[in-house]
Design a protein around this ligand. Structure first.
Ligand code: ADP
Ligand code: MG
Length: 322
C-alpha cells in the first residue's frame, strides 16, 4: 500500500504527536526511550477496544478517545501503580480527518488529566480497532495484586457502580431514564474516571484489588479465585446510587449495580484492623468507599439476602452484560 504511508505520517504528525513531560524520546523515532525512576518497577497493561464489541461504531470520537485511554489507565489504578506512558496502536478505516482529530483530542485529554505521556504507537488501515498500552511505575513489591486477599479481610468498593451499565441499557434497549439521570449515566459510560488517586492511596493498605470493568460481583470473583478464598457480600450493604434507586426498572438497576461493567471503580480487600484508615482515605480523596462483605476460607461467592438467606452467586448472577 505505497500511497497510504504519507497520510499515515501526516496523521501521526498532526494528531498523535503531543508534548511530553517525562519521556526521553517520544514520537518520531523507531522506539520511544523512557527512564524509570530509581526503586520503581514497571507495570504494563494492554486493553483493546473493538468497534461493535466494546463500543458502538457511531460513538462520539472524543468520548471514544477518552475511554480508550481511561480503561487502560484504570488498570494502573487497580495495581496501585502511577500511570506514566501511553502507546496507541490503532487501525482505522478510510481516514476521516475530523473524526481522527476529535478522537486524538479525547485520548490526549485523558492522558494529560492523569499525567501520562503519549509516547508512541502504530497506525494502519483496517477495521476500527484501538489498542492502547499503558506503562506505569510502582515501588518494587508494592503493587496491589489480585492474589493477596486473606480470610477475614473486608471487601470494599469505591463509588457507586452501575451508572455506566444503565447508560448502556438506555442506548441499546431504550431503558427509560429521567433527564438528569440520563446525563449522569452517559457520562459514566463515555467519560469514566479511573481511580488512580485511590489506587495510590491504598498501597500498603489493600491486600488485593482489581478494577470493575465487567461487573462488581464477577470482578470480585477474580480476586477470590486468585486468592483461593470464598466470600459473603451483604446485599443490604451494596452502594445504591440515587440514580439507580430512582430507576423505574428495579431488576435492571440491580443488575447494573452487581453485574454492570464499564464504571471502572475499584473493588479491594483490606484487613479489618484497617477500617478506619480506609475510611479516612475515602474522606481525604472525597470518594465514598463502602464495605460490602468479607472474605472467608473456602471457595465461592455468596450473597447475604435481606431476608437473611445465603444465596450462591453463579456466573449467571453476574453475566447479564457478558
Ligand atoms: P516504523 O516504520 O518505525 O514502525 P511508524 O511509521 O510506525 O514507524 O511510526 C513513526 C513514529 O510515529 C513512531 O515514533 C511511532 O511511535 C509514532 N506513532 C505511530 N502511530 C502512532 C499513534 N497512533 N500514536 C502515537 N504515536 C504513533
Ligand atoms: Mg510502526
Amino acid at each position: 500500500m505505497p500511497d497510504t504511508k504519507p497520510s499515515e505520517f501526516e496523521l501521526i504528525r498532526r494528531y498523535f504527536t503531543r508534548p511530553v513531560a517525562h519521556t526521553d524520546l517520544a514520537v518520531g523515532d523507531d522506539a520511544a526511550l523512557m527512564t524509570p525512576r530509581p526503586g520503581m518497577q514497571l507495570a504494563v497493561s494492554t486493553d483493546m477496544l473493538v468497534a461493535g464489541t466494546h463500543f458502538f461504531a457511531d460513538t462520539a470520537p472524543g468520548d471514544l478517545g477518552w475511554k480508550a485511554a481511561a480503561v487502560n489507565i484504570s488498570d494502573m489504578a487497580a495495581m496501585g501503580a502511577e500511570p506514566r506512558w501511553m502507546f496507541l496502536a490503532l487501525s482505522l478505516p478510510a481516514v476521516d480527518e475530523a473524526w481522527v482529530a476529535a478522537f486524538a483530542e479525547g485520548f490526549a485529554a485523558c492522558c494529560a488529566r492523569f499525567g501520562v505521556d503519549w509516547a508512541g504507537g502504530d497506525t494502519t488501515r483496517g477495521p476500527l480497532n484501538l489498542c492502547p498500552t499503558v506503562i506505569g511505575e510502582v515501588p518494587v513489591a508494592a503493587a496491589i495484586r489480585r492474589d493477596g486477599a486473606r480470610a477475614g479481610d473486608d471487601i470494599w468498593v469505591s463509588g457507586t457502580p452501575g451508572l455506566a451499565a444503565l447508560g448502556l441499557r438506555h442506548l441499546r434497549d431504550g431503558l427509560p431514564l429521567a433527564e438528569e439521570a440520563r446525563a449522569q449515566c452517559l457520562r459514566s459510560l463515555h467519560r469514566p474516571q479511573p481511580r488512580v488517586e485511590l489506587g495510590l492511596a491504598l498501597r500498603g493498605v489493600a491486600s488485593a484489588m482489581q478494577d470493575v470493568s465487567d461487573g462488581l460481583l464477577g470482578d470480585l470473583g477474580h480476586i477470590l479465585s486468585r486468592s483461593r478464598l470464598a466470600a459473603v457480600v451483604e446485599d443490604a450493604a451494596l452502594p445504591w446510587s440515587p440514580v439507580l434507586a430512582a430507576c423505574s426498572d428495579e431488576p435492571a438497576a440491580r443488575a447494573a449495580l452487581t453485574a454492570g461493567g464499564d464504571d471502572y471503580e475499584l473493588v479491594f480487600t483490606a484487613a479489618p484492623e484497617l477500617r478506619e484508615q480506609v475510611a479516612s482515605i475515602g474522606q481525604r480523596i472525597e470518594l465514598p468507599l463502602t464495605r460490602i462483605g468479607q472474605c472467608q476460607s473456602g471457595e465461592g461467592l455468596r450473597l447475604l439476602a435481606r431476608d437473611g438467606t445465603l444465596q450462591p452467586v453463579g456466573r449467571a448472577g453476574y453475566d447479564h452484560f457478558g
